[in-house]
Design a protein around this ligand. Structure first.
Ligand SMILES: *Cc1c(COP(=O)(O)O)cnc(C)c1O
Length: 411
């Protein structure tokens, strides 16, 4: 098999999908640019601060810009938020009190939330240990199971939690517009319930965000989509003023809130990253679409398909055997611009239940808006591919990975 020809042939099936991706990137870039203009972003927003960081104009303006991007009243955007899990944990601990219930409406949340919620029964200060109960409804075949949700929302349901992306499941991601009917159902049962969205991997995939359709809070990681590959670390949370005030008090201290927090580096990469994010997401999406086209042509199951509407940047490829999964990840690693000499092996990653194999040869450590692949070693041996700061690199990496898989007799 001539791999390069196989990939080129698959690429010809991607034209329509690529055009849709470009159209969304154009809209999102225009939206972000308009917001930069509105706030008159200038070099003074890139200066460093130390100590308490009172009145840090770079931080405060960046947070206002995020609030505008998500069409919310407020946002916190901080390098001190260590990860996506930390951002989500802040939301839950900020909004839930003893006696409240957390209801996940997209099945079991991402594995790293197990310890936060107390699903894994740890005693490290989980919500469960604090007296917050947990309930869950499963996704229906085609999306949210609104009937089940209507039956499950209780008077003490305080947070209705939805994960937009598929995570490590073969289910469909939620679309921003799915939050309108969810909001209607939830508020009809309980006026005080807040809709909180794990927006990881979803930002800028569509021209709208869940908060444009009534979600109260959404949160994510800055080393994924909204950091545009440039933000060195951090997380964001955007939402109603009331929710963000409570969450900011959890981030720092009650009564202190978002007023403090200096950054002795510069917020410049956060601004530039947000500006680049719609483009970076489009590059990642094109890489994902190409991967789907190639593996479909090789007879493997892929989710989503080439022309499916996308809600996140993740491409699931059902490879069927652990050998292929490991070889695929090693191929992606070998094609990376950084750490290409490393050969990833499965390991027991903290927070995950099965062994996981991960490929990430990235400039920003662990950034999965850069081309990366990971897979929990469980049936049906699905690998999740995401990211790619440039489509050219994504295409080259796929060619090189397939070539090395073929050499090992795995195709
Ligand atoms: C990445 C991710 C998280 C957690 O983010 P970390 O930065 O790895 O802690 C949560 N949910 C989803 C869907 C994710 O993709």
């Amino acid at each position: 098999m001539n791999i390069r020809e196989t990939v080129e042939a698959a690429e010809r099936h991607c034209t329509a999908a690529f055009a849709r991706i470009d159209a969304v990137a154009l809209k999102n870039t225009e939206r972000v640019l308009d917001i930069f203009h509105k706030h008159q972003v200038a070099s003074r927003h890139f200066s460093q601060t130390t100590g308490y960081g009172y009145g840090d104009i770079g931080r405060d303006t960046l947070e206002t810009i995020y609030a505008d991007v998500f069409q919310t009243e407020a946002a916190v955007v901080r390098p001190q938020i260590a990860s996506g899990t930390h951002a989500l944990s802040l939301c839950l601990f900020g909004l839930l009190l003893p006696g409240d219930e957390l209801l996940s409406v997209t099945g079991k949340p991402y594995d790293t939330l197990d310890g936060v919620i107390g699903i894994s029964k740890n005693n490290m200060g989980s919500l469960r240990e604090m007296g917050v109960t947990y309930g869950q409804t499963e996704m229906a075949e085609t999306g949210l199971d609104l009937e089940a949700i209507a039956k499950t929302v209780k008077p003490n349901t305080r947070v209705v939690y939805a994960q937009r992306s598929r995570g490590y499941a073969m289910r469909f991601p939620l679309m921003p517009k799915d939050f309108a009917p969810l909001k209607e159902i939830v508020k009809s049962k309980n006026q005080d319930a807040l809709i909180v969205v794990d927006n990881c991997y979803g930002e800028f995939v569509q021209a709208e965000e869940p908060t444009h359709f009534g979600a109260d809070v959404c949160a994510g990681s800055l080393i994924k989509n909204p950091g545009g590959g440039l933000a060195p670390t951090g997380g964001y949370i955007a939402g109603t003023q009331q929710a963000i005030d409570r969450i900011a008090c959890r981030l720092t201290a009650p009564s202190v809130g978002a007023e403090v927090g200096s950054y002795a580096a510069s917020y410049q990469p956060y601004y530039q990253g947000l500006f680049m994010a719609p483009h970076a997401v489009a590059q990642a999406l094109k890489t994902a679409v190409l991967a789907a086209a190639v593996f479909e042509s090789l007879g493997m199951k892929t989710t989503p398909g080439v022309n499916a509407e996308r809600g996140d940047i993740i491409q699931a490829l059902e490879l069927g055997t652990p050998e292929r999964v490991i070889a695929f990840c090693q191929g992606i690693q070998a094609a990376s611009p950084v750490d290409s000499m490393a050969a990833p092996e499965p390991w027991d990653m903290p927070g995950y239940r099965e062994q996981v194999v991960m490929a990430a040869g990235t400039f920003v450590s662990g950034a999965s808006i850069e081309l990366s692949a990971d897979a929990p070693l469980r049936e049906p041996y699905t690998v999740y591919l995401q990211g790619g700061l440039s489509y050219s690199h994504g295409k080259i990496a796929l060619i090189q990975t397939l070539e090395s898989m073929e050499k090992r007799g795995l195709l």
